[in-house]
Write a protein that binds this ligand. Structure first.
Ligand SMILES: NC(=O)C1=CN([C@@H]2O[C@H](COP(=O)(O)OP(=O)(O)OC[C@H]3O[C@@H](n4cnc5c(N)ncnc54)[C@H](OP(=O)(O)O)[C@@H]3O)[C@@H](O)[C@H]2O)C=CC1
Ligand SMILES: O=C(O)C1=N[C@H](C(=O)O)C[C@H](O)C1
Length: 249
């Protein structure tokens, strides 16, 4: 399987280059990165998707949300399936991806790990039984992460909100002196520091009892391996918008 890797010179990009080199049935034929010359790669690297001359079976994107439209245009023009792992996507970005998925297969998730997707299911299940509990999500990441809250925090919050017919309101951080917490809120809090790979905790706080569900990523390899699996899954799929639930079914 031939892959174009967008964000190939970033932190996740380097992990993917390392892991794909160890696999037999997959190769990177081109990269896209605004920092095209940062590393010596055994494949050509372009600054923009529009400069890319190669044609691959799948594109994997771990770059920056501002690069999405160009990558999507390249995918549509060349009819190449697209795996989007980049976070910080806007509502408009997600609309564009959904629309484009009528013409090409698209896979998008804020977290490529198995564990977080199990946590997301558990949290939704817990929410259906703990309707009156207060729900807060805390996410922790390294100090180089540009978007907050994390894509995973949104993934978890949206999944919990489905259990409430999307009636919950997301509150980001808390500050002030005169407002009590309302039950219709889901609090989302971002911590940034050091080299934390990724930690997500969902707290269900009720009268006199608390449940916490937590996932800790110990290495970026879990995200890269998930993305490779998603690329293999997507290669032979019909047009459509896929996520981890489709792959893990
Ligand atoms: N879904 C998942 O499971 C996971 C998702 N992620 C997400 O993947 C993305 C990348 O993460 P990470 O590797 O840590 O970030 P990095 O910043 O280390 O890497 C991103 C790379 O893309 C480059 N880049 C920035 N803007 C553009 C652009 N417009 N066009 C092309 N390349 C660009 C960056 O260059 P420069 O350094 O100059 O900005 C950098 O080389 C983030 O959105 C992150 O949240 C990360 C881990 C798991
Ligand atoms: O930027 C990261 O590092 C990560 N980003 C993803 C997110 O925003 O949730 C996934 C993972 O937690 C690592």
């Amino acid at each position: 399987m031939k892959v174009i890797l967008s964000g190939c010179n970033g932190k996740m990009g380097r992990v993917l280059v390392k892991l794909i080199t160890q696999e037999k049935d997959i190769e990177i034929i081109a990269g896209i990165d605004i920092n095209a010359n940062k590393f010596k790669n055994p494949f050509p690297v372009y600054k923009n998707a529009c400069e890319c001359k190669e044609k691959a079976d799948v594109i994997i994107d771990f770059s920056h949300h501002s690069a999405l439209l160009e990558i999507l245009k390249y995918s549509l023009d060349t009819k190449t399936p697209l795996v989007v792992a980049t976070t910080g996507l806007s509502g408009e970005d997600l609309k564009n991806l959904t629309e484009a998925s009528k013409q090409i297969p698209i896979f998008q998730t804020g977290n490529m790990s198995l564990g977080v997707n199990v946590l997301t299911d558990l949290a939704k299940k817990a929410a259906t039984s703990l309707k009156d509990f207060d729900i807060e999500i805390i996410e922790k990441h390294h100090n180089e992460k540009v978007d907050a809250p994390s894509g995973t925090a949104y993934l978890i919050a949206n999944s919990i909100n489905e259990a409430f017919q999307n009636e919950k309101e997301f509150i980001y951080g808390r500050y002030g002196r005169s407002e009590k917490r309302k039950n219709k809120e889901i609090g989302i809090h971002a911590i940034r520091g050091g080299s934390i790979v990724g930690e997500h905790t969902v707290i269900f706080a009720g009268p006199d009892e608390i449940i916490e569900i937590k996932h800790t990523a110990l290495s970026k390899d879990i995200f890269a391996l998930g993305a490779i699996k998603a690329a293999k899954f997507l290669k032979s799929k019909q047009n459509g918008f896929y996520n981890m639930n489709d792959m893990l079914k």
